[in-house]
Every structure is written in C-alpha cells, then in structure tokens.
Write a protein that binds this ligand. Structure first.
Ligand SMILES: Cc1cc2nc3c(=O)[nH]c(=O)nc-3n(C[C@H](O)[C@H](O)[C@H](O)COP(=O)(O)O)c2cc1C
Length: 167
C-alpha cells in the first residue's frame, strides 16, 4: 500500500471549492419557464432530505442572478443529468443568455422545465430558502418523480465531469 503525505489547506473559498471537489457528486439542472423563457442552472449540491414528506434541497449562491428568477416559478424541474449530458452541464453553468441554445428541454406542470432524457426528473415546489453563509439552502417539496433507467449518471469529481465507470 502506498502512503501519501497529508496537506493542510487554508480555509479560503477558492481552496475550499477545490478540496470539496474530492467529494464526488452528481449534477442536476434546476430549471423553469419564467415569462415564457427557459431559466436554469447546473447544480452539484442536490441532496434528498426527507422521504415523508418528500423533500430535497439544493444550495445556490446568494449572489446568483438566476435564482431570483427561478424563485418566481410555481414549479421547478430538477433533472438529474446523465453521462450523455456533459455538454448540457457546461452549457447550464455558462453565460445565462446562451444556456438553452443547444439543450433539448420539455415543460411539464405549467412551469417546470426539464432536460430531456434525464435518468431522474423531479417536479418540485420551493418551500423554504435559508441563508447559510454565501449560499442559500433551498428546500423543495417533490410533486412528481419520473425515472428513465436507460441512462447512467454524470459524475462531478475534482472539477471534471465524467460517466460512472465500473471498476
Ligand atoms: C458541475 C457544476 C456544479 C455547480 N454547482 C453549483 C451549485 O451547487 N450551486 C450554485 O450556486 N452554482 C453551481 N454551479 C454554478 C452554476 O451552474 C452557474 O454557473 C452559476 O450559478 C452562474 O451564475 P448565476 O446563478 O448568476 O446565473 C455549478 C457549476 C457546475 C459546472
């Protein structure tokens, strides 16, 4: 077994973003149709919170310009991105005016907007958003769940987006 040296990291936000990247996560798209236009962003902080009632959460920067728009929608779509959605994840993290240019989407339940062919799609409504430092913890109630097991997940690890590969 190889032992490697432990390195102490300063508690500065850029360093923390890097080190938290050691924790692999999925990536979701949180989207809605607002005033007839698609709005949304890529998020790696999705967490299933409660089974009964069904609650999930995401964390969004307090400085986000997209979140105040999404907050106005009566329903949001949370699409868990698949391994074929790497370009979608990058697009939905890019400049707001181009996010949906090449992304196939569908609207359900009035305003909830989904990326097509997502392994898991949740229609949710926001029940609370709590300020936690420079992020909001947004708690959502799940209204509908659709699964599509034809697609594997997209994994975000150490700044890279990759498919989940069996060992
Ligand atoms: C893989 C990935 C994960 C991300 N996760 C989050 C997240 O959990 N919370 C967040 O606020 N932004 C996250 N972002 C950044 C947003 O997708 C987006 O770039 C940012 O919100 C743009 O700013 P705006 O909200 O002002 O439009 C992530 C970006 C990428 C590429």
């Amino acid at each position: 077994m190889t032992t490697t040296e432990k390195v102490r990291v300063p508690l500065a936000s850029d360093d923390l973003r890097q080190v938290y990247g050691r924790f692999p996560t999925g990536v979701v798209a949180v989207c809605a149709e607002v005033d007839g236009a698609p709005v949304g962003l890529a998020v790696s902080t999705f967490v299933p919170v409660s089974l009964d009632p069904p609650l999930v959460s995401v964390c969004v920067r307090t400085a986000s310009t997209t979140w105040p728009l999404l907050r106005r929608a009566p329903r949001l779509g949370i699409s868990v991105l698949g391994s074929h959605h790497e370009g979608v994840a990058r697009a939905l993290a890019g400049p707001a005016e181009h996010r949906f240019r090449d992304v196939a989407t569908e609207v359900r339940d009035d305003a909830a907007l989904f990326v097509t062919e997502a392994p898991l799609a949740l229609t949710v409504s926001v029940v609370d958003d709590v300020v936690a430092g420079d992020h909001l913890i947004v708690v959502c109630r799940v209204n509908e769940v659709l699964v599509d097991d034809g697609h594997g997940p997209l994994v975000f690890h150490r700044s890279a987006l990759r498919p989940l590969v069996a060992a």
